[in-house]
Design a protein around this ligand. Structure first.
Ligand code: MRU
Length: 349
């Protein structure tokens, strides 16, 4: 299984909208198909969409080869493609981080270079983003697993696994490592309405690795905690502000409030590319709102009256006061986050 794979000028993506019923790959030969896949959530999860967008930039440059553009024209066209890719999803900052990194590469190519040089530079940059994501997740797993020193049952929300990244996963990477060390007894996976990333993806991924997983509906999390069935929560993130406020899949905030009430640590695992060093708090994070049909239907069947008013935010923001620690590839950040995130920023220069 691979989340995304680049070979022979083609980006292959596992179609996450069909899992777990069908394991099918989408072959993207142009950047527009990658943009479509990001919009439709065929590829989803903050690091995975960043890496997919990076390869979309390579495909865009290849497409422009036939147009015999001069260097300023080529750079202008690539900037337009980058702008279109930025519009696919607004919340996960990894998308913008990867696109900015690719544009920096474009702008560093000398004016005397040709289109082939730009393509080669972009391809190298996209492969680096993809390889680094795997390495970063492995480092995060090591740091995160150190938080689990005794057999623990954990709860997770959405899918922050290999499917949400290039490989390994963020929160699930930590769980995998801690499980190998004998410190995970059970993973409770919230189903994660409306699109069921927990039921369809997290449960599937963990079962593939024979990690004990129990699926619950989102509204069962409080009762599971009340009955001492979990001792820790660990989730991923889509964007983290300078003060440690965390945007993640809708429902994460409710889980964090419940964890606080039950004195259960609430951990976030996220690479440095998920931090937005330009915003001071979660109030500045754009929250994606998606189609009403995601709420009015379940498994393709309509479950609400026609014409009902719907609110469908895809993410929420958990205030930093509810976050026990943030696991990154550089180590574990603790409160006060304004200080620890300032230090992290130094590493990312
Ligand atoms: O809408 P999605 O499925 O892209 O949302 C994904 C999440 O919220 C994940 O928890 C987050 O991206 C972390 S991925 C390692």
């Amino acid at each position: 299984m691979h989340t995304l794979d680049w070979s022979n000028n083609c980006l292959s993506l596992i179609n996450q909208t069909l899992l777990p019923n069908e394991v099918e790959y989408i072959e993207c030969h142009d950047w527009q198909r990658v943009a479509e896949a990001i919009r439709r959530l065929e590829v989803r999860g903050a690091p995975a969409i960043g890496a997919a967008a990076a390869f979309a930039m390579v495909l865009g440059a290849k497409e422009l080869r036939q147009q015999n553009l001069n260097m300023p024209e080529l750079k202008e066209k690539l900037t337009q493609i980058a702008d279109a890719l930025r519009k696919t999803r607004p919340t996960a900052v990894n998308l913008f981080w990867a696109i900015d990194r690719m544009l920096t590469v474009v702008n560093q190519v000398p004016e005397t270079a040709n289109t082939q040089d730009v393509i080669a530079a972009l391809q190298e940059a996209a492969l680096t983003i993809s390889e680094q994501d795997k390495a970063v997740n492995e480092q995060m797993a090591v740091h995160g697993a150190s938080l689990f020193t005794a057999p623990t049952a954990v709860l997770t929300h959405c899918n922050a696994g290999a499917l949400a990244t290039v490989a390994v996963g963020t929160a699930l990477g930590v769980i995998r490592k801690a499980w190998k060390q004998g410190n995970i007894t059970q993973v409770f996976a919230d189903e994660t309405r409306p699109l069921l990333q927990g039921a369809r993806l997290t449960a599937w991924e963990l079962m593939q690795d024979n990690i004990p997983v129990t699926l619950i509906t989102d509204n069962m999390a409080g009762w599971v905690m009340k009955n001492n069935m979990v001792q820790a929560v660990i989730v991923g993130a889509d964007r983290i502000a300078l003060n440690g406020d965390v945007a993640n899949k809708i429902g994460t905030y409710s889980v964090a409030v419940l964890a606080k009430e039950h004195n259960i640590p609430f951990y976030v695992a996220a690479p440095s590319s998920t931090f937005d060093f330009t915003i001071s708090s979660g109030d500045d994070i754009p929250i994606e709102e998606r189609s009403e049909s995601e709420v009015t239907s379940f498994g393709g069947n309509c479950v609400a009256p026609t014409g009902v008013k719907v609110f469908n935010p895809a993410f929420d923001v958990t205030p930093h006061s509810l976050v026990s620690a943030i696991i990154t590839e550089y180590g574990i950040l603790r409160s006060p986050y304004t200080e620890s995130i300032k230090q992290l920023k130094q590493y990312c220069k």
